[in-house]
Design a protein around this ligand. Structure first.
Ligand code: ZN
Length: 598
């Protein structure tokens, strides 16, 4: 079992490096051969573009650029455009074979040229397999992503033969721009390569995405070769004679043709043991690679990680299993854009306890679309948009977090709502995870002081620390969340409170509707108080420490939504104030005449 886990870790590293590694110095160039009859060279990339010249089938042209529909090409001294579908496009390098770096843990530097002083363009992990394209003295020229680099010959073991036929791109009609403008959908046609061996068989299914995406076929091919080889070696060395299989399946999704993702999921099975591996390739409509780590707005990364952590904590209700890993951006290395959201693949044993196996977590677009810096109509359509011309209401929950908070968050998520949770500082240590889930859900954390004093019964010098300690603790817990709102206990505000809020840049939010859920603790009564009191722009006071309040919300939240209310946070509501808001000032609602609707 240990051996299998070691392989997995290796793959995680290999996969992580593959997508981002591009040698800047020398990129792969392509030659196109005209197929199926003569072809016009046009001045513009359009079927009505002026014809510069016409060439016979079999003529070779240099590809300068390829957008998937048109290639900008050079033929002799002439340049112009030819339709991609009539060109057989091949990379301009020779395939010498495959070489493997040492398996002893050494990391080799891949350099920009055949010299030990040249710039390092890539770090080759232990047991990495590279495609060799040329020899240069004591160096091999190797393929690295869309470019090339150089590895010293010493230490490279030549591997015999090719395990797989080369995976190449083919034409694919379903990738027409019209066909793609239909939201998220599966794209590409499947090809399966199989081999039935005496004791080792494989079936590798991969998508063909069209000639415009040649590098993706190259990445898939290299990955399939790498993984197959490692598993075949493991089989030979550790399980000779036992029946073993390696299967690869895939999903490929296009989001409106703006972005594509290909997710390959491999499983090596020998006896009762297995190892899983995965490759995620994300790219834009022009075929340029997009890493999901880069696709997340930097300021939004903590929120995406909270979403991930929330999803992980749902898998593991008992922290007693000894797991203390925290999601980091590395977890997004094997993530792809799926139909429902960002699909994160966590290979067995790589991040989570091995007992949980390989896991696939979906972060719904409803939660994470606004964290993604992707120019896509589809993603934009899934971002939260508040229309200030429609009614808004800000539910607020004081005195938590508590055991009841998660249920309210769940109801909010179910109906696309958000709320403001006004937390007491001395509960943060116990309920830190709840606070993180609240932020991940999109709701707001406000300050309800450290220990809930009456502000008019403590010394004025004690006021600011009561507030600041909470702001600091939440910032530290979350790695940077900034509280913007104070909810004063009992609604008591003194000059010292206003002054502290001005210093700390907080607005003071009281309420227009008091549900009195804390007095009656009756779900029906709380429900009625919310529904009867609801009006556009109102702030509503509840407490997320009563089962009866969480019960009431399971009815009140859908009812408010069905009446056309947008459930917003206090900060969201006040962001529509036509005069802006002022730190230290008290707000109990936002009157419709003060709402800026443009
Ligand atoms: Zn309170």
């Amino acid at each position: 079992m240990k051996r299998i886990l070691a392989l997995l870790m290796l793959f995680t590293l290999l996969l992580g490096m593959a997508a981002s590694a591009v040698a800047e110095e020398e990129a792969i160039t392509y030659t196109g051969t005209i197929t199926g009859g003569s072809l016009h060279l046009r001045k513009e990339p359009s079927p009505s573009g002026k014809v510069v010249d016409t060439y016979k089938s079999g003529t070779k042209v240099d590809i300068l650029e390829n957008d998937g529909t048109w290639c900008h090409v050079q033929v002799g001294t002439k340049t112009g455009y030819m339709m991609t579908q009539y060109l057989d496009i091949q990379p301009n390098y020779t395939h010498l074979g495959w070489g493997k770096t040492p398996g002893d843990g050494t990391v080799l530097n891949v350099r920009a040229s055949a010299s030990a002083d040249a710039k390092v363009v890539y770090k080759a992990m232990s047991s990495g397999v590279f495609e060799l394209v040329a020899e240069a003295g004591d160096w091999y020229k190797v393929r690295v992503g869309e470019g090339f680099g150089y590895l010293p010959k010493t230490g490279i073991t030549l591997l015999e033969g090719d395990y797989l036929p080369a995976i190449t791109a083919t034409d694919n009609d379903e990738l027409s721009p019209e066909a793609l403008r239909r939201g998220p959908r599966e794209v590409g046609s499947a090809t399966t390569v199989t081999r039935e061996g005496e004791d080792f068989s494989y079936a590798i299914t991969y998508p063909s995405l069209g000639a415009g995406f040649a590098w993706i076929s190259g990445e898939i091919s290299a990955w399939a070769q790498n993984t197959l080889r490692v598993f075949q070696e493991d089989h030979q060395q550790n399980h000779p004679g036992e029946q073993a299989t390696y299967t690869v399946e895939y999903e490929s999704v296009s989001l409106d043709g703006d972005y594509y993702s290909v997710l390959l999921l491999g499983r090596y099975q020998v006896g009762s043991l297995h190892a899983d591996t995965a490759l995620a390739l994300n790219f834009d409509g022009e075929g340029n690679p997009v890493s999901l780590e880069q696709a997340v707005e930097e300021s939004q990364l903590p929120r995406v990680l909270f979403c991930l952590e929330s999803a992980v904590s749902a898998l593991m209700p008992a922290p007693a299993c000894g797991y203390d890993g925290k999601p980091g951006s590395a977890w997004l290395q094997t993530a792809a854009l799926g139909k429902e959201g960002v699909e994160v693949i966590l290979p067995e044993g790589a991040y989570l306890p091995a007992a949980l196996g390989s896991r696939r977590l979906t972060l719904g677009y409803g939660q994470v679309a606004e964290c993604l810096a992707l120019q896509s109509d589809y993603i934009a359509s899934r971002r939260r948009v508040i229309d200030p011309a429609k009614p808004m209401i800000a539910l607020t929950f004081d005195d938590g977090p508590s055991e009841e908070t998660d249920r309210i968050l769940k109801t909010l998520t179910q109906y696309g709502g958000r709320a403001t949770f006004c937390v007491i500082g001395n509960k943060i240590e116990t309920y830190g995870d709840v606070i993180k889930r609240t932020i991940a859900q999109g709701s707001e954390i406000a300050c309800h002081t450290w220990s809930h004093p009456h502000f008019d019964r403590i010394s004025s010098s004690a006021v600011k620390p009561q507030i600041q300690k909470v702001v600091d603790a939440v910032r530290e817990l979350t790695g940077g969340y900034e509280i913007k709102v104070l909810r004063p206990p009992y609604g008591t505000v003194t000059a010292a409170v206003r002054s502290a809020c001005r210093d700390l840049d907080l607005v003071i939010a009281k309420w227009q509707v008091d549900t009195e859920d804390w007095t009656y603790r009756n779900a029906n009564r709380t429900y009625n108080a919310v529904i009867k009191g609801a009006k556009n722009g109102y702030i509503v006071l509840c407490h997320d420490i009563y089962t009866t309040t969480a019960d009431a919300m399971e009815r009140a939240i859908p009812e408010l939504v069905s009446r056309g209310y947008q459930l917003v946070t206090v900060s969201e509501l006040l962001s529509f104030h036509k005069d802006g808001v002022e730190a230290g000032k008290i707000y109990i609602k936002l009157d419709p005449e003060n709402i800026k609707t443009e």
